[in-house]
Design a protein. Structure first.
Length: 725
């Protein structure tokens, strides 16, 4: 439904075509553009979309409706403006310094303040909401009953688990615990129990392999692993305990000994996994908890800047980075963004379909919603099981009124059941999308069919590193624009820079690297164990004075390409490095390639993203074999398996292609851009600078068959494709 902006009737821009050129990406363009753009640029074409306005019913109940909020959070009021978020929390001791920049860029927020995160998410709600539901868990089998935990019961269970972690495992403030669990209530209970003690949790996505979990155990130095015996996924009961054995063995190989493995049970009365328990090392949590029935653990008062958790994220090079998030700043930021952007009230039934094993789940399933005393829904399984009507049945049955998911899920639900939402009587007041740019087509289905043209949408752009939303519309204030994240959050001052650090003006039609000029409370504090890499990866690019303690000198480099329309709305084009975003999950190209190289026959590997209508991107693998090794399909199979066991099923390549050689520059760099073009059925463009141009045509014929190039890239392909390469 299109209306005019009630605040500014003249603001509606005319739909028009704009052409953008983005520096820093590595895709080539075809046709007429080719002569004008160098290898380091990408052309982006799209139409400006019309604006959609929030309806009066939504605005009538929204938490933020005063357009004056931008003024309150303007640069002249920074950093004190963030007091507004911190004041949503209950502090044991109020802070004296809002932002300490003395060790730039290691920012400290709310210094002098002390609080406990689990007390903020649980204890403080007991007075008003003891008998209100905190978590509702929906198991994947549809005939298994839903589990509802009231705030009182959540309090009981968090306390008992905290007692177990403290007294059975000897854990104390500052220790790390790795948690490798599926989507069950015991996961947030374990996280909150850690937070109660000041123990730093490191949750590894349940779908990651045992080896990936082992590597994260080593990096974080955890001596306790918390897991679960099994869980349902697509109708199958998976053995998850077996991954714990692999993880512990992998960690031990690297010199980290896991002392105890705590195994939650999926079923009360039976084991869900045939994998044996190892005496003295493995403990069923459910059994040990009996000793702690009714135990109460005083929440430990934690300095605001002490870490709450680590969340590992892939980068373009090297091993995954343990992003360290703070207690006070992080909680203030996710509480504020949940309240004002997701519009969470304590009376809302909120469902975010992400996995808690990713940052979205931490910030916007667990910490943000619970700090706001909301009811947060957890679903164990896949959204399309047993059919594409499942999410809408869950929403109808539980009365979900706020919904949060990713473009990937939206695309797959639309593909499998475009009319399913119409069959169910649910009503969303607002919906969120996150994880990758959403195509206007998918946005419109989300808006019209899922949201019944009533629910507002917030397209939230942010990252594991940023803790919470950076760009999004304020749902009760701003109009929405399909495909565009929108204006920056109040208190976030972005800029779009070219490679040299010059600002690309708003409305210029040119794209560049998006940076955030200022620190904000949700920003991560460092990379665990690697502060140099933290500075190098995120701040060095645009910092001109290393010894400066003025935040203006330290723009945060997000690694995404973006451009800003004349109305100030920001459109994110995706990563400018080599990360492949599969179904909203970031996979490091380098991590995948190094898994390929563990296959003895493989000499070189290059992983490129191919555009997939459902998942966004999927990896395609090129390998060159060692001399004398025959190109046997069994080798390709081994490569696929290596990725699956070392990274996880999510990273499984679409195809593994054995090629005679890799296209290389004269300095020996593999030209992934050329391979990506071939994989995506695009013209590979100018290859005259390669050391072995002849191999390119051989590979093209292998992949695309003989004959001319199958398809010239259209503007949309280029736009999509530019995201990852
Ligand atoms: C991409 C997920 C466009 C982006 C919270 C970013 C998005 C990366 C959006 C972070 C969005 C996330 N529009 N792109 N609304 N949200 N991205 O760390 O490239 O898993 O850098 O955090 O996802 O992924 P991460």
């Amino acid at each position: 439904m299109r209306q005019r902006n009630p605040y500014n009737p003249d603001s509606t821009p005319r739909p028009h075509e704009v052409r953008h050129v983005m520096a820093g990406a590595r895709t080539q363009v075809t046709g007429e553009d080719q002569s004008r753009l160098s290898e380091a640029e990408i052309a982006v074409h799209w139409k400006e979309e019309a604006l959609y306005y929030p309806g009066p019913k939504f605005i009538g109940q929204a938490n933020w409706t005063d357009p004056g909020v931008m003024e309150r959070f303007s640069e002249k009021n920074f950093p004190e403006c963030f007091r507004e978020f911190a004041d949503l929390l209950t502090w044991d001791q109020y802070w004296h310094t809002t932002l300490d920049t003395s060790k730039a860029p290691f920012w400290k927020w709310f210094v002098g303040g002390k609080l406990n995160v689990s007390a903020n998410c649980v204890d403080r709600h007991l007075a008003m909401y003891a008998n209100k539901s905190s978590l509702i868990w929906v198991p994947e089998p549809e005939d298994e009953p839903t589990v509802v935990l009231t705030y009182q019961e959540l309090y009981n269970r968090v306390n008992e688990m905290a007692a177990l972690l403290r007294d059975h495992c000897g854990l104390k403030k500052g220790d790390r615990v790795t948690i490798h669990m599926p989507m069950v209530p015991e996961l947030p209970i374990t996280m909150l129990a850690c937070a109660r003690l000041g123990v730093i949790h490191s949750v590894v996505f349940g779908g990651f392999s045992g080896e990936a979990c082992g590597a994260r155990i080593v990096d974080s130095g955890s001596r306790i692993l918390v897991t679960m015996d099994g869980y349902y996924r697509s109708g199958k009961l998976l053995d998850h305990k077996v991954n714990a054995d692999i993880a512990v063995a992998a960690a031990e190989k690297e010199g980290t000994k896991v002392e105890k493995v705590l195994v939650w049970k999926r079923f009360r009365d039976k084991a869900a996994s045939p994998t044996p328990m190892i005496a003295g090392r493995d403990f069923y949590v459910n059994d040990v908890l009996k000793q702690f029935a009714g135990a109460k653990v005083e929440p430990v008062s934690i300095p605001a800047e002490d870490p709450l958790f680590l969340m590992y994220t892939s980068g373009s090079t090297g091993k995954p980075k343990g992003c360290q998030h703070s207690s006070g700043g992080y909680l203030a930021y996710v509480t504020g963004t949940s309240k004002f952007i997701q519009d969470i009230h304590p009376t809302d039934i909120y469902w975010c379909m992400a996995d808690i094993g990713w940052i979205t789940g931490h910030s916007y399933i667990v910490y943000g919603p619970l700090a706001n005393a909301a009811t947060t829904v957890l679903y164990e399984g896949v959204p399309t099981y047993p059919d594409a009507g499942r999410p809408w049945r869950i929403a109808e049955r539980l009365g979900v009124n706020i919904f949060h998911t990713s473009p990937t899920a939206i695309r797959s639900l639309r593909k499998l059941g475009p009319d399913e939402p119409k069959k169910y009587r649910y009503h969303f007041k607002c919906m969120t999308t996150v994880g990758e740019p959403i195509e206007p087509e998918a946005w419109k289905w989300y808006y019209e069919v899922v949201g019944r043209s009533e629910a507002v949408i917030t397209d939230t752009w942010w990252q594991t590193e940023t803790g919470g939303f950076l760009c999004t519309t304020k749902p009760g204030i701003d109009p929405m624009k399909p495909g565009s994240a929108g204006p920056p959050m109040p208190g976030i001052y972005p800029a779009i820079l070219d490679e040299q650090g010059n600002e690309i003006p708003t409305g210029s039609g040119r794209a560049g690297n998006i940076v955030i000029r200022n620190p904000w409370p949700g920003i991560f504090e460092t990379i665990w164990g690697d502060p140099d890499r933290f500075v190098k990866t995120y701040y060095a690019k645009y910092n001109k004075n290393k010894s400066s303690t003025d935040w203006h000198d330290w723009p945060y480099f997000a690694g995404d390409g973006a451009l800003r329309a004349p109305d100030g709305y920001i459109r994110i084009l995706g990563r400018v490095d080599d990360v492949i975003n599969v179904a909203g999950h970031r996979l490091g190209t380098k991590e995948l390639e190094s898994a390929c190289l563990t296959v003895p026959e493989v000499a070189e590997a290059a992983v490129v993203p191919i555009v997939d209508p459902e998942k966004g991107r999927v990896p395609e693998v090129y390998v060159a074999l060692k001399p004398g090794v025959k190109a046997d399909p069994a080798v390709a199979e081994k490569v696929s398996k290596a990725i699956e066991t070392q990274i996880g099923k999510i990273a499984r390549p679409r195809t593994v292609r054995i090629v005679p050689d890799m296209p290389k520059t004269r300095s020996g760099k593999i030209m992934r851009r050329v391979l990506a073009s071939i994989s995506n059925r695009m013209d590979y463009g100018d290859i005259s600078t390669l050391s072995n141009p002849e191999v390119v045509e051989q590979i093209r014929v292998m992949v695309q068959g003989a004959g001319p190039v199958e398809k010239q890239a259209g503007p949309d392909d280029i736009k999509q494709f530019g995201k990852d390469v």
